[in-house]
Design a protein around this ligand. Structure first.
Ligand SMILES: Nc1ncnc2c1ncn2[C@@H]1O[C@H](COP(=O)(O)OP(=O)(O)OP(=O)(O)O)[C@@H](O)[C@H]1O
Ligand SMILES: [Mg+2]
Length: 209
């Protein structure tokens, strides 16, 4: 039987693949038109290489991070790779996850990305989506909301963040070379984070039915 965490990666792979052209077009406007290609290559390989029945979630997340680090070039491979490795470190040995553990994973992933890429909120990167999504999810769990409600909140925050990235100038990554001309375009990395969140949320909701 495929584990839930494996099915998550399959769903992410499917949604990323469906959005390959879209992500590449977004990156074409302000970068080098490879974000959809990079992400698709990475998650295709993740799904191929991951053990389908491994119960230890941290083992699966760690392997995901290592595959992304080794298979995806550019900025997003090392950044997403680090995120999954750090998320793994936050839930060592876990075979199930509660809201607190999901918040811990998001926090570790965010800090890993910020440490590696040195970006903060407002620089038109994936950090613009991940940070508010993490904060809102953590608050939702402190208020006693369910994981399902928390995942809806993450998607809502990430959606708002993607819109927000249209309004600002890039100061990190290749898009920063464009200066003010980057304004008006949404950030590809923030968009791929939204797609990942939507994939996880839709899988979760389909399992809860
Ligand atoms: N320093 C950084 N910190 C966080 N995210 C970043 C950083 N640099 C780039 N990104 C994210 O990576 C995305 C681009 O990923 P892509 O797969 O296209 O890699 P790339 O072409 O090497 O990136 P880039 O052209 O931005 O250096 C951006 O949309 C942004 O969200
Ligand atoms: Mg690119």
């Amino acid at each position: 039987m495929k584990t839930i965490i494996y099915q998550c990666m399959e769903e992410i792979n499917k949604k990323i693949e469906e959005n390959k052209e879209f992500l590449t077009e977004l990156d074409g406007a302000i970068g080098d038109a490879d974000h959809g290609i990079n992400m698709t290559r990475g998650f295709n390989e993740v799904v191929k290489q991951l053990p389908q029945e491994e119960e230890d979630i941290s083992v699966v997340l760690k392997k995901t991070g290592m595959v992304l680090l080794s298979k995806v070039g550019g900025a997003s491979g090392p950044l997403y790779g680090t995120a999954f490795l750090k998320a793994a470190g936050a839930v060592q040995g876990a075979t199930t996850l509660d809201g607190q553990q999901i918040a811990d994973m998001l926090e570790a992933a965010l800090n890993g990305i910020k440490y590696r890429g040195k970006a903060t909120v407002g620089e038109k990167t994936m950090v613009d989506a991940i940070e508010p999504a993490y904060i809102a999810f953590k608050e939702s769990q402190e208020q006693g909301k369910s994981i399902g409600e928390g995942l809806d909140i993450i998607c809502e925050e990430a959606r708002k963040a993607v819109e927000y990235t249209k309004t600002i100038r890039a100061t990190k990554g290749r898009a920063s070379y464009l200066g003010d001309r980057s304004i008006g375009h949404q950030d590809p990395g923030a968009t791929s984070f939204l797609i990942i969140c939507e994939a996880v949320n839709s899988l979760y909701k389909s399992m809860m039915k």
